[in-house]
Write a protein that binds this ligand. Structure first.
Ligand code: ADP
Length: 904
């Protein structure tokens, strides 16, 4: 077996061909015009076969399809990295053989083989099944003994060339014996387990898990995409399909090209009505077709002076191998013809010999061209699967006719190229055919299994058990209590910051408000018009401004001066220059607040690093920057965290909303806590919204036992190593980076991209979190994943690579969603317990692109939450523009309260 881009294995047991031109013979050609198929007919047959393939692949039509398209459970073709020693048993070919195959893993795909042929005595072939398999095991033991490797554990491949129903790579049920075998008690049984039993009985030490069964009743197999194999679950990756194309035509699909002779041959065969395509193509029948034609022509006095002989009249007397000698380029062709005919006791004239040669020529040409037609259907299927303009592929071919007759292969190859000029097809003769194939399948399966185990071992470090998630929830609850308590607040990783928001909107708020939104991927200025009366009546205008990296990481003065410039621009844009409106400032960084309109920045997060801000009140910083500009005045009412904004926005529509969650660039949460628990603020009455700043969870080592080396790498190269550990495992800023680090590890270990280091992968940030959403989208086929990888400069990836990249993304995003769900479980449980409720019903307002766009994040998070907090009924409400609208709403609520002389 061999591979470039794709690998097809074809068994063409037949037909002949040649470059020389066999002189036309009017008499013969007239008699045989039905055997001569035009290119158009060949193309038409190809299209018919493609339809048959579809029928076989499709779940609904498979039961009645004649071309069965049997799954083989071979998922991968060799990639050149396989190596090691493998044993192969080859039963069902012309000899029974035991082979030792050494595959060099040096990238050259070099294979060394040693083999020994063993006899299978007649009485064993026809005796009991257990005798047969005992004999096979004996031969194997003898072989190992001879090679001095009696105690070595080697994977074993088993080529079992009888019709089988394969259910797994190492499970195959014999349908019926053929080729003279008739051992009892084997039909309907799994031959792998029978073999296994016999080997075990002998006490051989063998790696049984490695027995792989390769049925070779095949005519052609090819690698099909799992998503097209409807009979099997799963739609990722590929599997080798054994087409069983010999049965093509059994439902009448070839009636228009079958001749009287074909019908005669079929009628006289043992399996009349079956394998009709095979009967036109395969080596088993070619000689017989020629014989029947010669008999008929003789009877019609077109040959042999109208005479036949018992030799000519006997079924099977014209061997296909005669055709090899007759239909040859060599001059001896005619002499051979005469010799063959004389061997049948005929007395041919020179004209008879020429005519016979012409018959052989036409029969073999038809076979080669029919074989080309079905092959072309496979090639087209492969090309369409790849959606490639031009397909490059190699076809591995085996079979005595193909091997023994150059002209046949030439004719087959030529027709294939003529029918699919847009495919670059290479034909490769398979050496030692099926047995080496079995060893290679074993080698591939072992490489696959070993690599798969290693990949899973690595991915397992990123998988969390229910127990671990419960532990995350427990530790989160513990830190919440510590953060709320005056005594332990300082030591807690959760700051549990009071926000001075005590009330959610009641619907009577109204007026025009200005809002600023800083803390995500962009900076926005908004004008929000709230009309009293009906809820949902909020009109907004906004403009987005970018914050260049130099301001994010420069000085605080520069940053705030830039913000003021943006506000001035916005007022100008809205035609409101000089207006002084109440302003809410959504500032989504951890702030210590002692009142609503003050926020002392504790620490920058999410890529911000402007100097001179930490420890300062951001309202003061902004006021100063405004004063310096001297263009307008701002009346500050509230500093708001985006989580609070989100909660307020949803609370405006759903009064049960008492939690605000963000899963975007970063992640954070706020919820309404009982005042008596908020020890940092005086007073015990009512509730206050607490901004948990949960991204920092883990800074005291709470997540250390769940962190992987990938998390450590991401942390190490981040702006604030050691900080925001929970956020770094969950949010949009980091998930792509975690995936990138896993992919680097896989590549370094030779488990991805064939171990070739794609340099682009070393670029930090190149794997954006939005790619996770795209790759994990169920609608996205592997092909599209590949184009994403290509876009990332990761060229040369294979289908297996795409499957793996998707799995990595899924594992990383699942862990993020589960961690988030476990944290949320702690929060809702805290609310339930604070209120002494048996059951809590609460709504969570959520915002953030990761939550909203990722195809599975929200459902996995909710699943986890439900599992870990069964006493809470949690509804999720997606917030639309929470941080902007929310700031205005808080400002509006504050203004309303102010008007009534109350604190918000
Ligand atoms: P922010 O949190 O910055 O206010 P968003 O909620 O829009 O803003 O989140 C932006 C983050 O979401 C980006 O940092 C990016 O990592 C992530 N992101 C963007 N598009 C997608 C997507 N399609 N799927 C998942 N995550 C995304």
């Amino acid at each position: 077996m061999h591979i470039t881009l794709q690998c097809l294995a074809v068994k063409a047991q037949n037909a002949l061909s040649h470059k020389y031109v066999v002189a036309k013979d009017i008499k013969v050609d007239k008699f045989m015009h039905q055997f001569q198929l035009s290119d158009q007919t060949i193309m038409d047959i190809s299209l018919r076969f493609r339809r048959e393939m579809d029928k076989g692949l499709c779940r609904d039509t498979n039961p009645t399809a004649v071309v069965k398209m049997l799954p083989t459970y071979v998922h991968s073709t060799p990639d050149g990295t396989e190596q090691g020693e493998f044993l192969a048993l080859d039963l069902g070919g012309s000899n029974f053989r035991v082979l030792l195959v050494r595959v060099m893993g040096n990238g050259e795909q070099k294979v060394e083989m040693e083999n020994q042929i063993y006899d299978i005595p007649e009485h064993i072939m026809r005796g009991s099944g257990s005798k047969l398999f005992d004999h096979v095991a004996d031969c194997l033991a003898n072989f190992l003994e001879k090679k001095g490797m009696k105690n070595k554990k080697l994977p074993l491949g088993f080529t079992f060339s009888f019709p089988c129903q394969q259910t797994k790579l190492d499970e195959s049920f014999l349908l019926s014996w053929t080729k003279g075998f008739k051992s009892s008690g084997v039909e309907g049984k799994d031959v792998v387990s029978l073999l296994r039993k016999s080997i075990e009985k002998r006490g051989c030490i063998m790696n049984y898990s490695g027995i792989i069964c390769l049925g070779t009743g095949t005519n052609a197999c090819y690698m099909e995409h799992m998503r097209n194999i409807e009979l099997l679950d799963g739609d990722e990756g590929r599997m080798c399909i054994n087409t069983e194309w010999g049965a093509f035509g059994d439902d009448g699909a070839l009636e228009d090209i079958r001749t009287e002779i074909d019908r005669e041959l079929d009628a006289g065969s043992l399996n009349s009505g079956n394998q009709l395509f095979e009967k036109m193509v395969s080596g088993m029948y070619q000689g017989e077709l020629v014989r029947l034609i010669l008999v008929k022509m003789a009877r019609e006095h077109l040959m042999f002076k109208g005479k036949t002989t018992p030799g000519l009249l006997t079924t099977g007397h014209f061997l296909t191998s005669y055709i090899y000698d007759i239909d040859t380029e060599k001059l001896e062709g005619l002499a051979s013809t005469e010799k063959v005919l004389r061997g049948l006791d005929l007395d041919p004239t020179a004209e008879d010999c020429k005519a016979t040669r012409r018959v052989c020529h036409i029969i073999s040409k038809r076979a080669a061209h029919l074989c080309a037609a079905t092959l072309v259907a496979l090639l087209r299927q492969i090309r369409d699967n790849k959606a490639a303009e031009k397909l490059r592929t190699t076809i591995g071919v085996d079979g005595s006719v193909y091997k023994n007759h150059n002209a046949f292969s030439r004719r087959l190859n030529k027709m294939v190229r003529r029918l699919v000029p847009d495919c670059d097809v290479r034909f490769l003769l398979s050496q030692h055919g099926s047995s080496k194939g079995a060893a290679m399948v074993t080698a591939v399966a072992f490489r696959f299994a070993a690599q798969q185990a290693e990949r899973q071992r690595i991915l397992d470090t990123l998988r969390l058990s229910r127990q671990q998630l419960l532990e995350v929830k427990r530790r989160m609850s513990e830190q919440m209590l510590r953060g709320l308590s005056k005594q332990t607040h300082e030591q807690s990783s959760l700051k549990m910051l009071p926000t001075y928001v005590r009330s959610t909107p009641d619907g009577t708020e109204h007026g025009d408000f200005l809002a600023l939104d800083l803390g995500g991927s962009s900076f926005r200025v908004l004008l929000v018009r709230i009309e009293s009366g009906e809820r949902n009546n909020v009109d907004m205008h906004h403009k987005i401004y970018s914050i260049p990296q130099e301001f994010m990481q420069g000085t605080g003065d520069e940053l705030f001066s830039h913000i003021v410039t943006c506000i001035a621009d916005f007022l100008e844009y809205m035609g409101m220059r000089g207006a002084s409106l109440p302003l809410g400032f959504t500032f989504s960084f951890p702030c210590h607040q002692s009142k609503l309109d003050e926020g002392i920045l504790l620490q920058w997060t999410k890529g911000f690093k402007a100097s001179g801000c930490e420890g300062q009140d951001v309202v003061t910083l902004l006021k100063e920057a405004t004063r310096c500009k001297g263009e307008f005045d701002l009346s500050f009412v509230a500093v708001v965290n985006d989580t609070v904004g989100t909660m307020m926005t949803c609370g405006y529509e759903d009064c049960q909303c008492e939690v605000g969650l963000i899963v975007g660039t970063g992640t954070n949460i706020c919820y309404m806590e009982e005042m008596q628990n908020v020890e940092l603020v005086e007073g015990d009455d009512g509730r206050m919204c607490v901004n948990m700043e949960w991204g920092a969870f883990g800074e005291n080592g709470e997540l250390d036992d769940f962190c992987t080396k990938f998390d450590q790498e991401v942390d190490e190269f981040s702006n604030y190593p050691g900080k925001q550990r929970y956020e770094k495992m969950i949010s949009g800023m980091y998930l792509g980076e975690i995936v990138r680090n896993v992919l680097i590890e896989f590549t370094a270990k030779g488990l991805l991209f064939r171990g070739k280091d794609p340099e682009r992968l070393r670029t930090r940030g190149i794997f954006e979190t939005k790619f996770l959403s795209q790759i994990e989208s169920d609608r996205l086929a592997m092909r599209q994943i590949r184009s994403i990888l290509q876009h990332l400069g990761l060229t040369g990836s294979t289908c297996d690579d795409s499957v793996l990249v998707k799995e990595v993304c899924a594992v990383v995003s699942r862990r993020a969603a589960q961690l988030c769900g476990a944290g949320l479980a702690a929060v809702v449980e805290k609310i339930r317990q604070s209120r002494n409720l048996n059951q809590l019903s609460v709504t969570v307002g959520v915002d953030g692109t990761l939550y909203k766009r990722h195809p599975h994040f929200s459902s996995i998070m909710q699943e986890t939450l439900q599992d870990l907090a069964p006493q809470c009924q949690v509804t999720f409400h997606k917030s639309e523009d929470g941080s902007g609208k929310g700031a205005a709403l808080i400002t509006a609520v504050a203004c309303r309260m102010d008007r009534c002389g109350q604190e918000i």
